[in-house]
Design a protein around this ligand. Structure first.
Ligand SMILES: NC(=O)N[C@@H](CC(=O)O)C(=O)O
Ligand SMILES: [Zn+2]
Ligand SMILES: [Zn+2]
Length: 441
């Protein structure tokens, strides 16, 4: 039977190995020879990572197809080395019923570029008033395990307590967008000297930190799992560190942009840098990098948030919050953490694949790149570099903050369940991927 032979890849531990894939699984790691019909990939100089898993993606479908769809978003994911994405619930309609999450999951399966695991809303319509049908979403075909009102904070402490209690029954986790609403009314950027200078309403660090502090105590009280979305301040890191030391079941993510960019980017009022939570001070960036390195922050998640040009090419105060990130995530992580000596490739595999899969209870990622495991992997050329230009993005929206920046690393190949989705740095076409995914190889 024909498969794929990857020749001479560097494993994250440093060894060089051939990897052979057949029938959707890894069948050999070490030295292997091509069998007839095998597609051979020369991986000399390339690092083999497990397929990347993004716990925080906005795919926008249903309802926001002008910005992104399941197809365009999973193509962007594959281009960035991802083989699975968790799709946030802030769509139209909101993913607060079994019907919507099943629809999103099925679209991902049809297209085949990446596994799509829908995130269910915590409250009906993200309105914060009434719990959504969490149990029905969990037992649906979409097998929802992550619940979030992302875009909105579950601000009512009693609602948060009930959600934490409820999801524990099926090993779920509540992923909180930590933003105290009263402290951030009209907020436009990080609160600090610069927000005063620019005349923009500030978003104080305490608005994030106070919600995280409250929620870790609720997670302790309910014996439930809490996940903190897009941690952005040094103080939040301190709260998470304290909670973990106390044995509370809390995990935390940071976005690539919060690992690289600061509030100084707001100076030109270029709305591509407008995001929630806002870009913070250089001290925060340093604390976030150190927290990934020491494990206080468990994972990097993109918060890929596509928006059409008209929502970004306007006055700062009118612009939408959010930036795309799937295609650039690995390069930013290499630049901020690997090339600075703070993280090795084995840890990159942990923060961008194994641990996000574990938090989301996604099977198939716990024994990466070992014989018998599903063939989800990405081959990266760490010696390559690329100057980012929005015209080259493969998702539907162009709102990248990295235009003109040269970042290291390039995804050369991505394989999702044995199906190549990227080869020679180019996306495999949609018909080929869908047909191969349909046959399960
Ligand atoms: N991050 C953002 O600035 N925007 C996200 C919502 C969110 O993640 O809070 C979006 O949906 O556009
Ligand atoms: Zn959010
Ligand atoms: Zn988000």
């Amino acid at each position: 039977m024909s498969g794929i032979l990857i020749r001479g890849a560097s494993l994250v531990g440093g060894d060089r190995a051939d990897i052979r894939i057949a029938d959707g699984s890894i069948v050999a790691v070490g030295s292997a020879s091509a069998e007839s019909g095998d597609h051979v990939i020369d991986a000399d100089g390339l690092v083999a990572l497990p397929g990347l898993v993004d716990l925080h993606t906005h795919l926008r479908e249903p309802g926001g197809e002008a910005s992104e769809t399941v197809l365009t978003g999973t193509r962007a994911a594959a281009a960035g080395g991802f083989t699975a994405v968790f799709a946030m619930a802030n769509t139209t309609p909101v993913a607060d019923t079994a019907g919507v999450v099943e629809q999103v999951e099925a679209l991902g399966r049809q297209h085949g570029y990446a596994t799509v695991r829908p995130i269910g809303a915590v409250t009906v319509g993200l309105a914060g008033q009434q719990l959504a049908e969490l149990g029905a979403m969990a037992s649906s075909r979409a097998q929802v395990r992550v619940f979030s009102d992302d875009g909105h904070c579950v601000a009512d402490p009693l609602m948060m307590r009930r959600a934490l209690e409820y999801v524990a029954a099926f090993d779920g986790v509540v992923a909180q967008h930590a933003q105290e609403p009263r402290l951030t009314e009209g907020a436009q950027m990080n609160e600090g000297p610069l927000s005063g200078e620019l005349g923009l309403t500030g978003w104080p660090a305490a608005a994030e930190e106070s919600i995280i502090a409250r929620d870790v105590l609720l997670a302790e009280h309910t014996h439930s799992r809490l996940h903190v979305c897009h941690v952005s301040t040094a103080g939040s890191v301190d709260v998470v560190r304290w909670a973990k030391a106390r044995g509370i079941q809390v995990t935390a993510e940071v976005t690539p942009h919060h690992l690289l960019l600061t509030d100084e980017t707001a100076r030109d009022y270029d709305a591509r840098f407008k995001v929630n939570p806002p870009l913070r001070r250089a001290e925060d960036v340093a604390a976030l990098r150190a927290a990934v390195a020491d494990g206080t922050i468990d994972i990097v998640a993109t918060d890929h948030a596509p928006h059409p040009d008209e929502s970004k090419e306007c006055a700062w105060s009118e612009a939408a919050f959010g930036m795309v990130g799937l295609e650039s995530a690995l390069s930013v992580v290499q630049h901020a953490l690997v090339d600075t000596g703070m993280l090795d490739w084995a840890s990159v595999a942990r923060v961008l694949s194994t641990t996000p899969a574990h938090i989301g209870r996604l099977a198939g990622y716990d024994r990466p790149l070992s014989v018998g495991a599903p063939a989800h992997l990405t081959l990266v050329d760490p010696a390559a570099s690329r100057t980012w230009s929005p015209g080259e993005l493969r998702g539907r929206s162009r709102n990248t903050p990295y235009t003109g920046l040269t970042l290291p690393g390039r995804v050369v190949a991505t394989v999702h369940g044995g199906v190549p989705t990227v080869l020679d740095g180019a996306l495999v076409d949609a018909e080929t991927v869908a047909a191969a995914a349909g046959t399960g190889r």
